[in-house]
Design a binder for this molecule. Structure first.
Ligand SMILES: [Zn+2]
Length: 388
């Protein structure tokens, strides 16, 4: 009799005891605001670092500018090798990121940036262009002819700049190098989605030596600012004297920076905040640089992100995996969060979702909406329009 009862209970339970999730898809589903107590806690909760798992690969094109004799820049027999070395070393640095030297004793985590470069290849071949001219465009930095920010050469030569990051390897004026008005120093500039990188050939330095400089300029293209001042909006990049390297003399007679966005001999450490900012730029359709990424930022990834602690995502980010909010887990989503197509949020018993947004969804088209357990919670900090 007891056995019969148990079996019946199990069979009945299969049909009626599993929780029934509400699928929230209504276009204007207005939620209650959280309690004052919860609001206070959420305000003081720092934003959670969000570095997407999926690697973003940027399309690249290169241009070598030379005189007619071919004596001031790499020629076709060498250009391919130069590009391969530069991209290879730059990619390795984006993967094997260094630990920050400053501030002293820091415990700043070290992450793979999950950003890479790939030379664009069309039916016509690899995107490496050789421009030969009796009077090629020169790069002037120090002299009166300084044309660092001049965009003419970019406007004239950049190849598909809305979808390809163009690197212009420019020569310095050989006359100016000879009379000392210019120096073939490590330098560069980012202009929109293009980079001017001068003097690789004339400096005689090994090509790999330019990888830090190259990544620095890409950092600018992806929205990073110089890190030694307070204006880069990253708490993990301290203010300092921007020394090139340690010397015997103040203010550089102590440990100096190795951050990518400072002027230093290493340029090898990229902080979590900087990585987040680069991804945010690449994920934001309003930013021109977002067009440089090869992969479709709106496609859904396999797997699930489980949330069992308190997480606050208020920075621009594309969530590309289904989310499950577990018991005691809380997820706060801000205005700038988007969802890849079909991604959904499931709130299990005891899980909480807080929406601090006027529109939840983003620019990737239909997403999967919210599945809520009867004992899961959803709060809106304003009227939430859920677009799926
Ligand atoms: Zn810079």
């Amino acid at each position: 009799m007891v056995r019969y009862f148990s079996l019946t209970f199990i069979i009945v339970c299969l049909y009626s005891c599993s929780p029934r999730y509400t699928h929230i898809v209504d276009e204007d589903f207005v939620y209650d605001e959280p309690s004052d107590d919860l609001m206070k806690q959420l305000e003081s909760l720092p934003a959670t670092t969000m570095i997407p798992d999926r690697i973003k690969t940027i399309r690249m094109a290169f241009h070598f500018f030379n005189n007619e004799e071919g004596t001031i820049n790499f020629k076709e027999d060498k250009g391919q090798e130069v590009v391969s070395i530069l991209l290879d070393v730059a990619n390795k640095r984006m993967h094997a990121n260094d630990k920050m030297k400053l501030p002293l004793g820091n415990d700043t985590p070290v992450y793979d940036t999950h950003i890479r470069y790939k030379l664009y290849r069309s039916e016509e071949g690899r995107a490496i262009f050789y421009h030969s001219d009796p009077s090629p465009p020169y790069f002037y930095k120090k002299s009166k002819k300084s044309n660092i920010y001049d965009r003419d050469v970019v406007n004239e030569y950049a190849f598909k700049p809305d979808s390809i990051l163009n690197v212009l390897i420019l020569p310095f004026d050989p006359e100016y190098l000879q009379n000392g008005k210019e120096r073939a120093e490590l330098t560069g500039v980012a202009l929109g989605t293009s980079i001017k990188l001068p003097g690789l050939f004339q400096s005689g330095r090994p090509v790999w030596d330019y990888a830090g400089n190259f990544n620095h300029e890409v950092g600018h293209v992806l929205g990073l600012r110089h890190a030694w001042s307070k204006y880069d909006h990253c708490n993990d990049t301290p203010i300092h004297d921007n020394c090139w390297k340690e010397t015997q003399h103040p203010p550089c007679d102590h440990t100096t920076s190795n951050n990518l966005m400072d002027y230093n001999a290493h340029q090898s450490a990229i902080t979590p905040c900087q990585i987040e900012k680069m991804h945010a730029t690449l994920s934001n359709p309003n930013q021109r640089a977002s067009g440089l990424v090869i992969e479709n930022r709106c496609s859904k990834q396999q797997g699930i992100s489980e949330i069992s602690s308190w997480i606050k995502w208020i920075q621009p980010v594309v969530i590309d995996k289904d989310i499950v909010i577990k018991t005691d887990g809380l997820l706060l989503l801000g205005d700038e969060v988007s969802f890849a197509s079909g991604v959904s949020i499931k709130i299990e018993k005891g899980g909480t979702l807080v929406i601090k947004s006027t529109t939840l969804g983003g620019s990737c088209g239909p997403w999967g909406g919210i599945y809520k357990h009867p004992k899961g919670l959803v709060f809106g900090l304003s009227s939430s329009l859920i677009k799926i």
